[in-house]
Write a protein that binds this ligand. Structure first.
Ligand code: ADP
Ligand code: MG
Length: 245
């Protein structure tokens, strides 16, 4: 089966600093991939390259057989199809929850307000926040804000979602609700690449775990194998540090 997102010999330098080195990943439609690895290993940069928030230095990103860096798909089309959810939710503070979710589809998909509102309300229902439509983001908990951010990403009807440590800025008791929403999306067949250290989530939900260090993919495999029987010493050392916490 052909891949949905193909990352082919991708590299990224910031000046002399090599942040990504020869990254190769094939993501199939509906697959959920989890990326783990120490801070500074290039995980965020990889996600940012995938949806072109950063320009890769070398290699290719093929999305549905279209070479993104060669301009075979416009940046705008690609951003509509590949959504991103950040560690810090980046909601618009001066807009209500509902407005946050409605805004992008009105601007980019030229939906009329009534259509956008209906979709937004459905999505807020889906993330369990229909009753918060008219409040401002700062009145919500971090976990609620992150669920709004997920609803906002879904409003574009993306074909894939990238998550960059979506729960790591949250108080522990708020993590579960966000993971629950992500679990649901995975079950519905959303293609997802998730940078996370939530091992329970990775084990239950992800089809594949990729361990990165120093800009390389050190090891990948199904979560059970990687977590219980890592092949590489670096993976073992990293996991034992994480599991201690
Ligand atoms: P991770 O998400 O795994 O913690 P990052 O992708 O954020 O790692 O960062 C990888 C490396 O790239 C780090 O050394 C970081 O300092 C560096 N880096 C990230 N963004 C930039 C940038 N815009 N300019 C220069 N260096 C950067
Ligand atoms: Mg990061």
């Amino acid at each position: 089966m052909s891949s949905f997102i193909k990352i082919d010999h991708l590299s990224k330098n910031f000046g002399d600093l090599e942040v990504l080195r020869d990254i190769n990943i094939d993501v199939r439609e509906g697959e959920v991939i989890c990326i783990i690895g120490p801070s500074g290993s290039g995980k965020s940069t990889l996600l940012r390259c995938i949806n072109q928030l950063e320009n890769p230095t070398g290699g290719r990103i093929i999305y549905n057989e279209k070479d993104i860096m060669a301009g075979e798909m416009s940046l705008r089309d690609m951003r509509e199809e590949v959504g991103m959810v950040f560690q810090r939710f980046n909601l618009f503070p001066m807009k209500t929850v509902l407005q946050n979710v409605m805004l992008a589809p009105i601007l980019t998909k030229k939906l009329n307000k009534a259509e956008a509102k209906q979709t937004a309300m459905e999505l807020l229902g889906k993330v369990g926040l229909a009753d918060k439509a008219d409040v401002y983001p700062h009145t919500l908990s971090g976990g609620q804000q992150q669920r709004v951010a997920i609803a906002r990403a879904l409003a574009m009807k993306p074909k894939a979602l990238l998550f960059d440590e979506p729960t790591s800025a949250l108080d522990p008791e708020l993590v579960g609700d966000v993971l629950e929403v992500m679990r649901e999306l995975a079950k519905e067949g959303m293609t997802m690449i998730v940078v996370t250290h939530e091992m329970g989530f990775a084990r239950d939900v992800c089809d594949r775990v990729i361990f990165m260090a120093d800009g390389y993919i050190v090891e990948q495999g199904n979560p059970e194998d990687v977590f219980t029987n890592p092949k590489e010493e670096r993976t073992r050392a990293f996991l034992s540090r994480i599991l201690e916490n």
